[in-house]
Design a protein around this ligand. Structure first.
Ligand code: IDP
Ligand code: MG
Length: 139
């Protein structure tokens, strides 16, 4: 089933000049970029995006990181896009990520881990709507 997922190339990966490498991985895996922008989140925008993690000890640090510089926010579309992107990303902690994954290649640690990907249809729907009005998605 074709579906959509929200991906973010986080500020650490933008600073490392690996935007192109990461987008190549999405495309080589058969995912289509149907929306994309480079943007720097304000801290409140990052807090709203990660509201589900509000009670976690790393919440403030995570939102400071996510608003620390420009990030690439994308919508990817394709067969099983949510799961496919999670597989491309690898485990949250790059030290535990499989070889060949984005986080293994570009993540520094469990916080500065290069990419975000929605983890379910419900979160994908919320996250896509958080950053993109329908008219900016070319499906
Ligand atoms: P995910 O990005 O693999 O879905 P989540 O558990 O949803 O992982 O966490 C969201 C983000 O919060 C992670 O990608 C990472 O940047 C950060 N994070 C997760 N766990 C920790 C932690 O234990 N310490 C610091 N940052 C963390
Ligand atoms: Mg998550």
């Amino acid at each position: 089933m074709s579906e959509r997922t929200l991906a973010i190339i986080k500020p650490d990966a933008v600073k490392k000049h690996v935007i192109g490498d990461i987008i190549s991985r999405y495309e080589q895996a058969g995912l289509t970029v149907v929306a994309m922008k480079l943007m720097q989140m304000s801290k409140p925008v990052a807090e709203g995006f990660y509201a589900v993690h509000k009670a976690r000890p790393f919440f403030d640090s995570l939102c400071t990181f996510m608003s620390s510089g420009p990030a690439v926010v994308l919508v990817l579309q394709g067969e099983n896009a949510i799961k496919k992107n999670r597989e491309l990303m690898g485990a949250t902690d790059p030290a535990k990520a499989d070889d060949g994954t984005i986080r293994k290649a570009h993540g520094a640690n469990i916080e500065f881990n290069a990419v975000h990907g929605s983890d379910s249809p419900e979160t994908a729907s919320f996250e896509i709507g958080y950053f993109f009005p329908g008219m900016e998605i070319f499906g």
